[in-house]
Design a protein. Structure first.
Length: 239
């Protein structure tokens, strides 16, 4: 495996007396799509929130681009290129679609104007161009997820963390979300995805980890895990 751009080493997170993560270790190389799958309550969202320093670590270390992240705020990590699309989309509901996109662009504006940066967004999501002046919170769940994912187009990250992007969406919108993730993967975006939709997630994974009760219990290629029905039944309760 090439030198990882994101490393998680023996990470532990507690909610009071409850240990939510128990010595989790994983790595993501530049350009990889790595998936963490697990049943509801396994600790997947906790893992991403800890990587982004939204949650404090009881023990262990996260390294991004070779540097420990301890002491950095979530917004500082986002400006450095560690961008999270959280469960529940993470948009600002009271602002318009245009204002949400403007905030994403302003985080790391680069050499493009805002109008130029929006062009690939509208090419991928023409619906957002139609809704530019609409309050983001008034859109459908699927449209809000598109707006959340548009942040990775208008402000390309070094690593994209995506938390349960299919949650609460219709089958049609789930297919659209995974189409977008496949396009990111094809473009070389580095992705760490946590997802309950096991088969869809493993289908786009270069590598995968299984999280169970706060611990990594299995790892391998996405294709090998997808082809192992015994593993799916035992660890994930999938059929």
């Amino acid at each position: 495996m090439p030198e990882p751009i994101l490393e998680i080493d023996a990470l532990e997170v507690s909610y009071g007396p409850i240990r939510a993560l128990r010595g989790c270790s994983l790595a993501v190389a530049a350009g990889e799509t790595v998936v963490v799958v697990g049943a509801n309550g396994a600790g997947k969202t906790t893992l991403l929130r800890a990587i982004s320093n939204v949650l404090p670590h009881a023990a262990g270390e996260v390294r991004f681009a070779g540097q420990p992240t301890r002491g950095q705020r979530a917004d500082q990590l986002a400006r450095a290129g560690l961008l999270q699309v959280p469960e529940g989309r993470g948009i600002i509901a009271r602002l318009s679609v245009a204002e949400n996109l403007q905030l994403a662009w302003a985080m790391r504006p680069g050499n493009s104007t805002f109008a130029q940066a929006c062009l690939p967004v509208f090419e991928r999501f023409p619906r957002l161009q139609e809704r530019l002046n609409q309050r983001a919170g008034s859109m459908s769940g699927g449209e809000q997820q598109m707006l959340a994912l548009a942040r990775a187009i208008i402000c390309p990250p070094r690593v994209l963390l995506v938390d349960e992007p299919s949650l609460g969406l219709s089958p049609v919108m789930v297919s659209e979300v995974f189409s977008v993730l496949r396009a990111f993967r094809a473009a070389g975006v580095t992705i760490l995805l946590v997802e309950q939709n096991v088969r869809q997630a493993l289908g786009i994974a270069d590598r995968a980890y299984v999280l169970r009760q706060g611990s990594i219990v299995a790892e391998g290629s996405g294709s090998s895990m997808l082809a192992d029905p015994a593993m799916l039944r035992y660890y994930l309760g999938s059929t």
